[in-house]
Design a protein around this ligand. Structure first.
Ligand SMILES: Nc1ncnc2c1ncn2[C@@H]1O[C@H](COP(=O)(O)OP(=O)(O)OP(=O)(O)O)[C@@H](O)[C@H]1O
Length: 618
């Protein structure tokens, strides 16, 4: 029983329908005030128009059956037609003005998801849960009939119906309040049945968010050009297709269940409407035959009852739909408006404590555990980096080097311990100010299908210091490439948005990333395996220029090529998340531990390479 209550409690919506409507209109007021005006105009005209079709036939029939005055008939028909035409024009105009604006509002809401995803805590974003939340939030904005647009469209219709309500009630209640009650009863039964179906279909949609995420992932992989080689050479098509079919089938089975529920409700609705019309016909014919109801009134009442039934069905469907759309908007708000657990709102500004770009960084007893992991990936790490120092972090695959960099740069919050910059705990420093301290090149470099210049500055091209971007590209070793580009830094990268876009090699991409880091010109340069994709000459040149590239900066350098670490003041050997050895190259060689062993092993393969470096260093 308690479990059931708990389940019910969990399912309770955070924002009720009324709250959501206020939320939406607050945003519309903020983004597009005139839309509310068009909204009202549409509602009023849409509410009045149906009564033209109800009153016009009655008045014509009354006149034809009664006094038969041609001039009065002409006046009636002309005034109703002109009035109807004008109202229709206003309604259609406001509708046509309305829909592109509503799409614009949807775009604004979509952008709120983007903004949230771009600014939220990185660690939080990485979680699978967050990915599902984002997928569900997207659903609220995935079309014209769903979520934000769906609810606005329905409110649009509902407002029109509310205006019509007064008119219908006034007409039908003069006939018989029992008929009104009977009509409401039949519609009430359909409402109740449909509500269950709508809730069920939303639950299915929520589960589908997971299926859709899986399918999207697979879709992207199957058409991804960079995977096309593997797909062919490893004959992966069958394997991927099987997964695709399995996941598609899961979706199909869920949709089938909804379809069956809908079929049952539609059948019930059809049956009720058949019974309702039959009873109303019998009642009205009886009144004409035995109670002296005029043909004009028969026409008016019949049209009103038909209109009212249609009206009620439309109101019920609008209310159901609004309630259903609110479930999607709850999902949206649960992502967009959720408070982040890792967000630190109580930050000091670091600027007052720091002068002349001098940064002393201390990692104090850092422990870090990934979610759902039992073991610490980083285990009691203490590092002190002085200003301008060059520090290398080495270690086997999976030792925790990249994780440590993510902690240092503020992307991950340590599970225990703290990162201290110039004596201030980094959690007390404004996140954006903190990020400004680092120029980082990670292993998984991403290029954007924009111009080369924009890929360097990560700003609009007219906000880019073009000469600085060119200099950075040259420093990163792309002088020759740049010379060959007809449009220089205006050349588009990738062949996604521009057919003329260029495709860079792995090494060139790494150089672009280095140029990007140099352009940012942050006081601390962090390079995670910057030479992994470089040819020996380019690698050689990078070592040669290393001092110049990092001049005046603190540099942290992850590399598997131990020869490169000799440029550094300190070397940290990480093993299973702990610091195993710590010192200069000479010191570590002297103690003849793991570093020395790794160095000797590599030296056998890179012997000639090392000789070259010695020459460079000499
Ligand atoms: N996002 C993540 N979620 C869970 N575990 C992770 C995540 N990223 C890395 N790990 C795990 O943490 C460990 C350390 O990974 P990390 O990438 O820091 O190692 P690394 O020393 O940089 O390795 P490499 O030299 O191969 O780049 C690995 O065992 C890895 O599986």
């Amino acid at each position: 029983m308690n479990k059931l209550k708990e389940k019910k409690k969990k399912r309770k919506l955070e924002y009720n329908t009324f709250n959501t409507i206020i939320y939406l209109f607050k945003h519309i007021w903020l983004w597009d005030k005139p839309l509310i005006f068009y909204f009202l105009i549409y509602s009023i005209t849409a509410g009045i128009i149906p009564f033209i079709g109800i009153f016009l036939p009655k008045m014509i029939i009354d006149e034809l059956v009664g006094l038969k005055r041609i001039n009065i008939l002409v006046i009636i028909i002309a005034s109703f037609c002109i009035g109807g035409l004008l109202l229709n024009l206003i309604k259609v105009y406001s509708q046509e003005v309305y829909w592109p604006r509503v799409i614009q509002i949807r775009m604004e809401f979509i952008h709120k998801i983007d903004k949230k995803a771009m600014t939220m805590d990185y660690q939080q974003l990485e979680r699978v849960n967050t990915k599902d939340l984002i997928q569900r939030a997207w659903m609220a904005l995935s079309g014209n009939d769903i979520g934000v647009e769906g609810i606005l469209n329905q409110i649009f219709v509902l407002f029109g119906n509310i205006v019509a309500f007064g008119g219908y009630i006034a007409i039908i209640s003069t006939l018989s309040p029992l008929i009104v009650f009977f009509l409401i009863l039949t519609v009430g039964i359909t409402y109740k049945a449909s509500l269950g179906e709508k809730k069920y279909s939303h639950q299915v949609d929520r589960q589908m968010a997971i299926n859709e995420r899986k399918l999207k992932y697979l879709d992207k992989k199957m058409v991804n050009h960079s995977l096309a080689k593997d797909i062919r050479l490893y004959d992966m098509a069958k394997w991927l297709t099987n997964k695709y079919i399995t996941w598609c089938n899961e979706i199909y089975l869920k949709l089938k269940k909804i379809a069956i529920k809908r079929f049952k409700i539609d059948t019930l609705q059809g049956f009720l409407s058949f019974v309702r019309n039959g009873i109303v016909y019998v009642y009205l014919i009886n009144r004409v035959l035995y109670n002296g109801m005029s043909i004009g009134n028969f026409t008016m009442y019949f049209a009103s009852i038909q209109g009212f039934s249609g009206w009620m069905e439309s109101v019920v469907s609008s209310i159901l739909s609004i309630r259903q759309q609110n479930l999607y908007i709850n999902d949206y708000r649960n992502f967009v408006d959720a408070k982040e657990p890792n967000k630190n709102d109580n930050r000091d500004s670091m600027k007052k404590d720091i002068s002349d770009r001098v940064y002393k960084i201390k990692l104090e007893n850092i422990f870090f555990k990934y979610p759902n992991s039992d073991n610490y990936t980083i285990n009691n790490v203490c590092i002190h980096v002085k200003d301008g120092e060059k520090v290398a972090i080495v270690g086997a695959n999976g030792a925790g080097k990249t994780t440590l960099i993510k902690i240092l740069t503020g992307l991950y919050k340590p599970t225990k311990g703290k990162v201290v910059v110039n004596g201030i705990d980094s959690t007390n420093i404004d996140k954006n100010e903190y990020f400004k301290l680092f120029s980082v090149v990670f292993q998984d470099i991403k290029l954007y299908a924009f111009s080369l210049g924009e890929n360097i500055s990560l700003r609009k091209i007219d906000e880019t210091d073009r000469q600085k971007a060119i200099n950075c590209l040259k420093s990163a070793g792309l002088s020759d490439k740049l010379k060959n580009l007809e449009n220089g830094i205006d050349t588009s990268l990738l062949k996604i948005l521009d057919e003329e876009g260029i495709v860079l090699s792995g090494g060139e991409i790494q150089k672009v990333a280095l140029a990007r880091a140099l352009y940012k010109d942050a006081p601390i340069l962090v390079l995670d395996e910057p030479t992994a994709a470089l040819d020996p000459i380019a690698e050689h040149e990078l070592y040669e220029q290393f001092d110049r590239l990092t001049k005046g900066k603190t540099a942290i350098y992850i590399s598997h090529r131990l020869a490169s670490t000799r440029f550094c003041d300190k070397i940290i050997l990480l093993d299973k998340g702990s610091i195993k050895e710590y010192g200069t190259h000479e010191q570590l060689m002297k103690i003849n531990g793991t570093y020395a062993k790794m160095f000797h092993k590599q030296a056998r393969y890179y012997n000639s390479d090392i000789k070259d470096h010695k020459e460079v260093l000499a």
